[in-house]
Design a protein around this ligand. Structure first.
Ligand SMILES: [Zn+2]
Length: 834
């Protein structure tokens, strides 16, 4: 096929891009609208907004008997997620039958020759727009092309097209880039279309990377998508991205030594087969591409590898990005349309490859689930008990997350003792390893710490038990019995008992619903006090940090009715007490009671502040702690009046992030009584700026502990990978008496560590509420040199500075929205004095 579109971008007036230029020599059904006929402009002439993309696809679907639209839900910003099912009219007429038979075949309950189910997902990173801009062309080709090739694809395939995996981010970037489009457009890498502010289009709402949310499902957009995925279990998943402009085009397979060990070898062989088909399409157009480098298939929580975990062939495609209308690259000028063409070519060639490999793909997917049961039979771990942490909501949330991935969760069917722990029928949960999602189950509770290759594109651990701070106990063969499988898990629905008149009331701070309840109680003008230690008045047993509401502390009218309403709203019991006299522990009128007040929180964001760290904090406080967060732009910090804030959070601060003027403003505010919370590399900034009285671990000395003896230049990359801590779960030992640890319910805590800032020394007494354990590594990769450097150092610091305080968390306590243990530190830092 001869291509007419030149690599060199022609001048502005030649912009008009008709779809025939994308499909030279191909004839299309004239009854169906082309993109330019609906939109009034051609694909690639500017960045397509989400509503424009949807408008065209709806118009096309309305006219075509090859397309059905399926609405799967809404994003956080209220955009509809509409998927297209594209196939022959005959297949579409029996779409539901195909779906249910496909699932039956996978369950081994039926045999049938069915169309291949292929999911095409575009631009999960919204500022990687070539995919979402190519999607209308792919849909148009499938709906309107008269070629035999398309006919054969449609007869043998159901294409599920997710035309924009991140509608919110896609729109954000399209508007941003279109704002700066002129008649003549700069190709400079410095052009502002390539330098976005917070939040960048890559991310979804709250600064979340949806491509890291496939497993964690913190966003409705991801939950909707996975619900649909489970209904279809596609055989192939094409995941269309962009990478740096100095590159070409990447297609998986990635680095062979970095494939998840639970992924069957045949998966990679088929990935290679499909890559050959795409390579052929690229060869015909003399396009450059690569495979087998840079990217990997290890972390199952990102799109393409998530597919691998669920029996699909997940394939990542990465196109060098233009981000704007054109960009100068080492290979010449590259236009936006050029990037769109490559995504179109890859999409078409992938579908051709699926057609050519139909039988092999079907047999692979069938074997995947059958083999999962065989692997489970060979495994010495027969199941897992999830111990109820005394926080039913958190346990239910984890069980709900696993269920969304098709993992069957049960109530524990009988009492059992494991490793000296007594576990209770009906209270704790049980997950049998012998189930079709055995591999995914195994990976989410993995404690693997040794790997074939120590370079990782993403995190090396994602143990959900550790993230949720829920103890997960493997059940070995000798203690397993079928009776452990109790009734299927269902979320607890019991409403709390009504709140009635009493001397005082209290609620449990360890419950994950407590911070949101507290925020509402305080907003209602009710006086609340935190208990400084354990107390028992014979009616209620309370722990340090539990919240006490005495009737006799000048409370508002309607107190009881308000408490009752809020207790119901949050599903958390507020228990009544008839006397302040404690039979043990502190008195309920103790001088140690801490008055708790509603914080006014500012969160530093901006171009140089890691948006995902900031977004994680924002989402956690807004959606789980029920607090309004003021987003403060770092670039205007010197001009803001900070006096209205009680707390400021600096979630990250790479060395360039805060200039002396900004630092000075923050220091002045703390000096005058502000409470500053620092996280991750902002801790290093805190030390350098003199706000945190501590010493950093000398990074040069740490790096020098990694010897290069006997290594050659070619080992440079793997040597560097050794020195990184790139997403590893580590253990911290807590001082349970410190207010920062109230409600955590344990004297240890798992943290997610993904950077190398460490503190060698911390000044002052009682200033370190948490230290990394002597053996800190829990799951994932960490070189022994790093483990040694980290062991025993501070994981959290709480110091006084002037009239204010500085709290430092060395790790991202709300990493990717699932650190349900460590995120409690945020609320504790906002509510408790020390
Ligand atoms: Zn991407």
């Amino acid at each position: 096929m001869k291509r007419l579109i030149p690599l060199l971008l022609t001048p502005l007036l030649a912009w008009a891009q008709s779809s025939s230029e994308y499909f030279p020599g191909e004839s299309f059904n004239p009854a169906l609208p082309s993109p330019e006929a609906v939109l009034g402009f051609g694909i690639g002439e500017r960045h397509l907004r989400f509503d424009e993309q949807q408008r065209y696809l709806a118009a096309l679907a309305g006219q075509s008997d090859r397309i059905k639209t399926i609405n799967i839900g809404q994003t956080l910003e209220g955009r509809q997620q509409v998927l297209l099912a594209i196939s022959s009219p005959k297949n579409l007429a029996r779409l539901e039958a195909i779906r249910s038979q496909h699932l039956q075949v996978l369950e081994g309950k039926a045999q049938a020759d069915l169309p291949s189910i292929v999911w095409l997902g575009y631009s999960v990173h919204g500022d990687e727009p070539s995919g979402a801009n190519a999607a209308p062309l792919v849909a148009y080709w499938l709906a309107a092309s008269d070629t035999q090739e398309v006919g054969a694809i449609l007869d043998n395939t159901v294409v599920l097209m997710d035309p924009a995996l991140n509608p919110d981010g896609l729109d954000r970037y399209a508007n941003y880039a279109n704002n700066m489009q002129g008649q003549h457009n700069s190709d400079s890498l410095s052009h502002r279309t390539r330098w976005q502010d917070f939040p960048a289009g890559r991310l979804s709402h709250y600064g979340f990377d949806l491509n890291r949310d496939w497993l964690l499902l913190t966003h409705p957009a991801s939950q909707n998508r996975i619900r649909f995925w489970q209904q279809w279990l596609p055989a192939v998943f094409g995941d269309f991205h962009e990478m740096g402009p100095d590159s070409t085009f990447f297609m998986q397979p990635g680095v062979a030594s970095r494939v998840n060990p639970l992924t069957p070898a045949q998966n990679q062989a088929l990935t290679r087969q499909l890559a050959q088909s795409v390579a052929k399409g690229m060869d015909q157009q003399q396009r450059l591409y690569f495979t087998g480098e840079s990217y990997d298939d290890f972390y199952w929580g990102k799109a393409s590898s998530y597919g691998d975990a669920l029996g699909a062939i997940g394939i990542l495609y990465e196109q060098a990005r233009a981000r704007g209308m054109q960009v100068a690259t080492p290979f010449g000028e590259m236009s936006f349309t050029f990037t769109i063409e490559n995504q179109l070519t890859a999409s078409k060639a992938l579908l051709a490859g699926v057609l050519a490999n139909k039988a092999a793909l079907a047999s692979y997917q069938g074997a995947f689930f059958k083999n999962a049961l065989a692997l489970a039979d060979q495994d010495k771990t027969k199941g897992y008990v999830l111990k109820n942490p005394g926080d039913q909501a958190r346990l239910d949330d984890l069980a709900a997350l696993l269920s969304q991935h098709g993992i069957k969760v049960s109530k524990l069917g009988e009492d059992i003792s494991l490793g000296g722990e007594k576990l209770h029928k009906g209270r704790d949960l049980f997950i049998d390893a012998r189930q079709p999602q055995y591999r995914l189950l195994k990976s989410v509770f993995s404690r693997q710490t040794e790997f074939e290759d120590n370079t990782f594109y993403d995190v090396s651990a994602w143990n959900l038990g550790l993230a949720y701070n829920i103890e997960v106990l493997p059940v070995g063969g000798w203690s397993y019995s079928k009776a452990l499988n109790g009734k299927p898990w269902q979320p607890a629905k019991a409403a709390p008992a009504p709140v009635t008149a009493h001397y005082a009331w209290a609620f449990d701070w360890a419950d994950s619903r407590a911070p949101a309840l507290l925020a509402d109680v305080l907003r209602a003008g009710i006086k609340v006090f935190a208990l400084p230690g354990e107390a028992d008045n014979g009616q209620v047993h309370l722990k340090a940090g539990d919240m006490l509401i005495p009737a006799g502390a000048q409370q508002p009218a309607e107190l009881v009715a308000t408490l009752d309403r809020l207790s119901r709203r949050h599903g958390l019991a507020i228990q009544g007490m008839d006397s302040g006299f404690s039979q043990s522990g502190v008195s309920l009128g103790s001088r140690g009671l801490q008055r708790v007040t509603l914080p006014k929180v500012g969160l530093l964001v901006g171009r140089d502040i890691n948006a995902q760290r900031a977004g994680g904090v924002w989402q956690s406080l807004d959606t789980k702690a029920g607090l309004a967060v003021t987003l403060l732009d770092d670039s205007v910090l010197p001009w803001l009046d900070l006096r209205e804030f009680t707390h400021l959070i600096v979630p990250a601060a790479a060395p360039i992030a805060l200039n002396p003027l900004q630092s000075q403003r923050l220091a002045q505010w703390v000096q005058q009584g502000g409470h500053l919370v620092l996280m991750t590399d902002a801790v290093a900034w805190g030390v350098h700026s003199g706000l945190l009285n501590a010493e950093l671990v000398d990074d040069k000395a740490r790096l020098a502990s990694f010897s290069t003896d006997g290594q050659g230049y070619g080992d440079k990359g793997s040597h560097r990978a050794q020195t990184l801590i790139a997403g590893t779960q580590v253990l911290a030992d807590l001082d349970p008496s410190h207010p920062l640890n109230y409600g955590l319910g344990s004297d240890t805590l798992a943290l997610m560590r993904d950077h190398e800032v460490m503190l060698a020394k911390v000044a002052g007494e009682f200033t370190v509420p948490a230290r990394y354990d002597a053996k800190p590594l829990l799951a994932g990769f960490m070189a022994p040199q790093n483990a040694k450097a980290l062991a025993g150092t501070a994981a959290a610091v709480a110091q006084h500075f002037g009239q204010g305080t500085v709290v430092a968390f060395l790790d991202d306590v709300s990493f990717r929205g699932v650190q349900r243990g460590s995120e409690r530190w945020l609320s504790n830092a906002l509510y408790f004095n020390f």
